[in-house]
Design a binder for this molecule. Structure first.
Ligand code: ADP
Ligand code: MG
Length: 464
């Protein structure tokens, strides 16, 4: 039984969510926040639980501000939010998760549970991710082939396998497919373990606290295939990097397979120790890029089939044509369109579907170009475009340049090397640095925030 307190929290949270729902595109809300819970509130901190560590990272990054703002409207004693990963049942959630050990995430293998599939607690693999449900196209065929290569020749052919690409493009799906395929083919003869780098980090921290370093060693070195997701999150965390480096070497030296994913190539992960970087580059490095139109169509059809649902080809066509950059977002739109269909809320004419997409994607219209962004930024700061894109390090140019870089990434999702090119042949690390600087500052600097909103407005208008 839930206690009264939890019921109270649930009620509060529901009314906050109702507010937030009005402020976000439907698909974003459904994808990221619908399954959130307020699990505790004390000493000025609200504790929000999310279904998995990926969602946690995303919400923390993208929606912290809007959530905090809405909580504070109801209760301005709340100063801060801590995000946690939900255990399989929220009532299992330890009330004091954060109080004593200070660790952000109370981690247990159960956490990654999805309602409809059972995660194997031994391997952390979700059986829903298989090669069979992975659609292959030009954007991911190399990564797919390499992943299959790993299954065919574990530990030898491609080791480590390093897969990188933007958010929602299928890295986790592909890596988990490798794990599931090996598990099914070899049963218990080959020990597989999947771990997010966040979980790895929290295990390392917990082991250090408890002075039980052997725990981590045992857990992660006692495997034949180690799959570690979103490695960029360990960069700069010294102890974790150190432990990962040791784990990596221990496994690598005895020909165990390592599969790694990241949102960018090894050389573009700032503050990653050089020795780790060169280890990564010593294996097979493959990228996944956004899918082309045909692949998007195939993905939509596969997802519908899996759900046992149908949509007319004309509708599929509009979605495939308009939603381009993120497969998770494509899935979100498909869900919303199905919802509309089932509710008979609208005839699904192409115009109606376009409208649904427009309302439900955060992304800017397709017709915004890098040029719009550069021009609008230069105009806003009243500097010549040439200076914005030039080499001069004077403050009045550096700042606008950073803002332009931020906007190119934020609005168009361009790769860092591409952004570097656009703003005057800068190195991609410059682009990463600038993006991260602005992104960080946005949380604290409302003046900057305001400026960015104004520039975005100008860009949106100039591209109409
Ligand atoms: P990433 O780890 O790169 O952020 P995910 O692997 O979590 O992305 O993929 C996001 C969603 O898109 C998942 O639901 C996944 O099943 C789906 N997806 C991604 N790529 C494909 C693909 N090629 N075929 C089918 N579904 C895909
Ligand atoms: Mg992922």
């Amino acid at each position: 039984m839930e206690n009264l307190e939890q019921q109270e929290l649930t009620k509060i949270w529901q009314s906050i969510l109702n507010e937030i729902e009005l402020q976000l595109p439907k698909a974003s809300f459904v994808t990221w926040l619908k399954n959130s819970e307020l699990v505790d509130k004390k000493d000025g901190v609200a504790y929000i639980a999310l279904p998995n560590s990926f969602t946690k990272a995303w919400v923390e990054n993208k929606y912290n501000k809007i959530i905090l703002g809405n909580i504070r409207l109801l209760d301005d004693s709340t100063k801060n939010i801590k995000y946690l990963v939900k255990s399989a049942k929220s009532s299992d959630f330890p009330k004091d998760a954060d109080k004593n050990n200070g660790s952000k995430t109370e981690t247990s293998e159960k956490q990654l549970a999805f309602p409809e599939f059972k995660i194997d607690p031994e391997t952390n693999l979700n059986p829903k991710y298989t090669f069979a449900t992975y659609v292959v196209g030009g954007s991911n065929e190399l990564a797919y082939a390499a992943a299959q290569g790993v299954v065919g020749d574990i530990g030898k052919k491609y080791n480590p396998l390093f897969i990188y690409g933007g958010v929602g493009l299928g890295k986790t799906h592909l890596m988990q497919s490798v794990g599931n395929e090996i598990k099914n083919a070899y049963k218990n003869q080959v020990r597989v373990k999947y771990v997010s780098s966040e979980k790895f980090t929290s295990d390392v921290i917990a082991a250090i606290r408890a002075k039980r370093a052997e725990d981590v060693k045992k857990k992660y070195r006692d495997v034949d295939v180690l799959i570690i997701d979103d490695i960029q999150f360990i960069a700069g965390k010294e102890k974790t990097e150190e432990e990962f480096f040791n784990t990596f070497n221990a496994l690598y030296e005895v020909n165990k397979q390592i599969v790694i994913s990241s949102d960018r190539p090894p050389k573009a992960i700032p503050v990653l120790e050089e020795r780790l970087r060169s280890r990564f580059e010593g294996g097979m490095v493959v990228d996944i890029s956004p899918p082309d139109y045909e692949t998007r169509t195939a993905i939509i059809k596969t997802k519908l089939q899996q759900k046992n649902k149908e949509l007319p080809d004309s509708v599929i066509d509009v979605i495939a044509a308009k939603v381009r950059k993120n497969i998770r977002e494509i899935e979100g739109i498909v869900n919303v369109v199905l919802f509309y269909k089932e509710q008979k809320r609208a005839d699904l004419t192409p115009q109606a579907v376009e409208e649904i997409i427009r309302k439900n994607t955060q992304h800017t219209p397709e017709n915004i170009t890098p040029n719009h962004i550069v021009r609008a930024t230069a105009n806003f700061f009243q500097i010549p475009i040439d200076d914005l894109m030039g080499k001069c390090r004077r403050k009045e140019f550096v700042r606008p340049r950073q803002v332009a870089i931020y906007l190119l990434r934020d609005m168009l999702d361009l790769s860092y090397p591409h952004i570097g090119d656009i703003v005057g042949k800068k190195d991609h690390t410059t682009a990463i640095h600038a993006y991260e600087k602005i992104n960080k500052e946005l949380n604290k600097n409302s003046d900057l925030n305001q400026k960015i909103i104004l520039i975005k407005d100008i860009i949106n208008k100039s591209s109409e």
